[in-house]
Write a protein that binds this ligand. Structure first.
Ligand SMILES: C[S@@+](CC[C@H](N)C(=O)[O-])C[C@H]1O[C@@H](n2cnc3c(N)ncnc32)[C@H](O)[C@@H]1O
Length: 405
């Protein structure tokens, strides 16, 4: 009797599916023979064999004359083809089948380095795409499942909920982001001020307090993204007063705004600053949704104000498109923005070596933009978890910079 099926490559069948299989076998017997190696180990049909044994009925079997690697490949392939796997279990089996076949897939598992883009299929992409097609799955779907599995690698309970069909990918990512943030919140808060690399500093606290000692007229540009929900509207007045004090005369404050409270945000920014222009970041292929007004938004307004009379230094392009197809980048912060548009805004409102401040830095996207464009950066956020995320992203970028130097 076989007691240790060596090629059981998948987890157990869900209870419901097992009960259905059992009822079917009870009624009709085992209709699809199981497959065993010459030495009797089951390659395919563990559940059928177990049920037949429990029922005391015959279990037809075929012998496959293959080595262990081929048996593993066969078991994985059959499961991928036949079993109703959730996306995460599918991705796991797909990855293992690719490995058995000697194809390499980039993995962003638990300890993998975090980057802003997830590299899946970095090598021999044609082979991996063909493997997906061989299994009856579009390469794009395979890629999406692999990415999702990567993101959920540290969150097995959320992954199991996806596989059970209880939540979709979007909800799963939202839960992961929240769990990660809760983990950060449970950690010791970051120090009030941290220097990350050359000319890059991050402060933890309310910008009205922790940046109060920033000297007058010492800042070349402010590029920021305040909270633009209704409760955040008064902060635009404080930002206006802060910017008017710290900016060098004639320099710019570029602030992401919301659309619902845009007029009031503009009014408040104008309390101490002068209106210059309204810029835009297009978000191709994706949208925010305002159900009450039934509007799907595809751009973000950027209010541009100057400290005193604006002194243009060069031409500004006022609309910038987020690159690619607009697919949302993997986000760790609820309000995380894409890096590329911020790179463009930082480039437009400052010069290399100048000091750019973001008093509402969130996950530090403006800081990343300053780093790649050679600006000095001072960021601040009142939320310690956001600051710790900012520090992690900036430090990762520093390390990547050192590695590629
Ligand atoms: C829209 S988010 C910024 C997102 C950021 N652009 C990114 O890409 O991650 C606004 C941030 O402002 C922070 N914030 C709110 N009030 C603040 C205050 N008084 N001082 C400093 N930060 C504040 C919030 O904690 C939040 O992280």
């Amino acid at each position: 009797m076989v007691t240790r099926p060596d090629f059981q490559v998948m987890g157990p069948l869900p209870d419901e599916a097992f009960a259905a299989l059992r009822a079917d076998i009870e009624a009709h017997g085992v209709q699809v023979p199981i497959a065993r190696t010459r030495d009797g180990r089951i390659v395919d049909g563990h559940n059928r064999a177990r049920i037949a044994e429990e029922l005391g009925i015959e279990c037809p079997a075929l012998t496959v004359d293959v080595d262990d690697q081929a048996a593993t490949e066969m078991a994985l392939r059959l499961n991928l083809l036949r079993r109703h796997l959730g996306p995460i279990a599918w991705a796991d089996a797909f990855r293992r089948l690719a490995e058995v076949r000697g194809l390499r897939i980039g993995s962003q598992g638990r300890q993998a380095k975090k980057t802003d883009s997830v590299a899946v299929f970095p090598e021999r992409p044609a082979d991996l795409a063909s493997l997906a097609v061989e299994l009856g799955v579009a390469p794009r779907t395979a890629r999406r499942r692999l990415r999702l599995a990567d993101k959920l690698a540290d969150h097995p309970e959320i992954a199991a909920r996806v596989d059970r069909g209880e939540i979709d990918a979007g909800k799963a990512e939202e839960l992961v982001r929240r769990e990660n943030f809760d983990r950060r919140r449970a950690e010791a808060p970051p120090p009030p001020k941290v220097t990350v690399g050359d000319g890059i500093e991050v402060c933890c606290g309310d910008f009205r307090e922790v940046l109060a000692d920033l000297p007058d007229h010492s800042v070349d540009a402010i590029v920021t993204d305040p909270p633009y929900d209704n409760a955040g509207v008064p902060l635009y007045s404080d930002l206006s007063a802060f910017a008017a004090r710290v900016l060098k005369p004639g320099r710019l404050c570029a602030a992401y705004c919301g659309k619902v409270d845009f007029p009031e945000q503009l009014g408040r920014l104008g309390e101490h600053l002068r209106y210059v222009w309204t810029g835009a970041v297009f978000l191709p292929g994706r949208h925010t949704e305002n159900r009450a007004r039934m509007v799907r938004g595809r751009w973000h307004p950027i209010a541009i104000f100057s400290a005193g009379r604006y002194v243009p230094r060069h031409w500004l392009i006022d609309a910038i498109a987020a690159e690619g197809n607009g697919a949302k980048a993997p986000a760790d912060h609820r309000w995380q923005k894409s890096v590329e548009p911020l790179v463009r805004w930082v480039e437009q409102v400052s010069e290399p070596g100048e000091l750019v401040v973001d008093p509402f830095c969130g996950s530090g996207t403006t800081g990343l933009a300053c780093r790649v464009t050679g600006r000095r950066f001072l960021g601040c956020d009142v939320d310690p978890a956001s600051v710790s995320l900012t520090l992690e992203r900036l430090r990762d970028a520093e390390r990547e910079g050192e590695d590629s130097a």
